[in-house]
Design a protein around this ligand. Structure first.
Ligand SMILES: *Cc1c(COP(=O)(O)O)cnc(C)c1O
Length: 361
């Protein structure tokens, strides 16, 4: 068996300990005689898995009592429609566009109401986060929407926008659980778990109670109403039970590692190694505005397509895989989520140094 350093943006690396534990429990989960994949979602075993996962997440993130946690399916992309469907009373919402995912969310929301673009960084190919300290938020906007960490471009909101009192909705898919957050500053946090937490397909939502409505302006499918899963403790229908089980293990792993403060410390350390190298390199460049750099997705390039392709290819010989940048940006991207060990980042920088010695003219 060989494990590689997997820098994929998602689905992505998971803690080896968690995978080992899951493999040990694959055939017989705690004396049940079956895999978690095979058991009823209404069984006592699964009820405990689900309730422990929710309790551990609430603990890890210090989620206030007036927020509900639900697990839903359909990927983060289905929430692009669910957000306006669940939150629109006035059919007005204000969006900040900092990349492809917020733009997709914006386009989806436009099907439902009057959507204003409050700010955008499209003018510089989303390489920065606009100043959001004093935006023209509309008085009757139902919410303000952001994508907090931009997976494709390698930027991150270091400060939340001033929403002028409107609920903030944040897509945290690629920074979820990477550092402590003050949940009380948000109306809704949601995250597809395949970036930093678990298997693809599952989405975690953290919703302030007063925003959970049963008064809809649209014909909203039962499955898209957050209230449906809130009222049924995420068991209205068969949930993605195996993914919830893995996420639960990852929450416990984070607790064991020292919680989100410790995650942040580790993540900062890893990101610093890479960015420090990039800032001093003559061959590799990071084109992202320094103050807005993501701690999770580090984008860089040699500004030469052929060299970039060679780098990606040769990296495989050093067990460095999935380092190619998103097709819309090019270059390279190292996703260094919670489960990426520091050794992986060190290996990457060693390889970059070697590559630079060989190719810097
Ligand atoms: C990956 C990603 C998505 C899309 O997630 P799916 O589960 O594929 O729908 C949305 N937002 C962000 C920030 C992402 O990184």
């Amino acid at each position: 068996m060989k494990r590689v350093f997997n820098f994929s943006a998602g689905p992505a690396v998971l803690p080896e300990e968690v995978l080992k534990e899951a493999s040990e429990e694959m055939l017989d989960y705690q004396g049940s005689g079956m895999s978690v994949m095979e058991m009823s979602h209404r069984s006592k075993y699964f009820e405990n898995i689900l309730n422990d996962a929710i309790a551990d997440l609430r603990d890890v993130m210090n989620i206030p009592d007036n927020y509900k946690v639900i697990f839903v399916q359909g990927g983060a992309s289905l929430q692009f429609a669910a957000v306006p469907m669940n939150l629109m009373k006035n059919k007005k919402a204000d969006y900040i566009l900092t990349g492809q995912f917020s733009t997709k969310a914006y386009k989806e929301a436009c099907m439902f109401g009057d959507i204003k673009v409050l700010a955008s960084s499209k003018d510089k190919n989303f390489t920065y986060i606009p100043d959001c300290s004093d935006l023209d938020v509309r008085d009757d906007a139902d919410y303000v929407y952001i994508c907090e960490n931009n997976t494709i471009y390698g930027t991150k909101f270091k400060e939340l926008p001033n929403t002028k009192g409107k609920p903030l909705v944040s897509d945290q898919s690629s920074c979820f659980l990477s550092e402590p957050v003050d949940v009380s500053k948000y109306g809704v946090i949601y995250a597809g778990v395949q970036k930093n937490v678990g298997p693809a397909g599952l989405v975690i939502l953290i919703i302030r109670e007063d925003l959970i409505s049963d008064n809809f302006q649209f014909i909203t499918p039962t499955m898209l109403k957050w209230k449906t899963q809130v009222d049924n403790n995420s068991l209205y229908n068969t949930p993605n039970s195996y993914a919830i089980y893995i996420c639960g293990k990852v929450f416990k792993w984070i607790k064991k590692m020292g919680g989100l403060e410790q995650m942040k410390k580790r993540n900062l350390e890893k990101a610093k190694i890479l960015y420090d190298y990039l800032d001093n390199s003559k061959l590799f460049k990071c084109n992202v505005c320094k103050k807005d750099r993501s701690m999770m997705n580090v984008c860089f390039t040699t500004n030469n397509e052929e060299l970039d392709a060679l780098f990606v290819n040769e990296a495989k010989n050093y067990d460095i895989v999935n380092i190619k940048g998103h097709r819309s940006v090019g270059g390279m991207r190292a996703s260094i989520y919670n489960a990426m060990p520091i050794e992986g980042v060190k290996r990457l920088v060693e390889f970059m140094e070697k590559f630079e010695r060989e190719h810097n003219l």
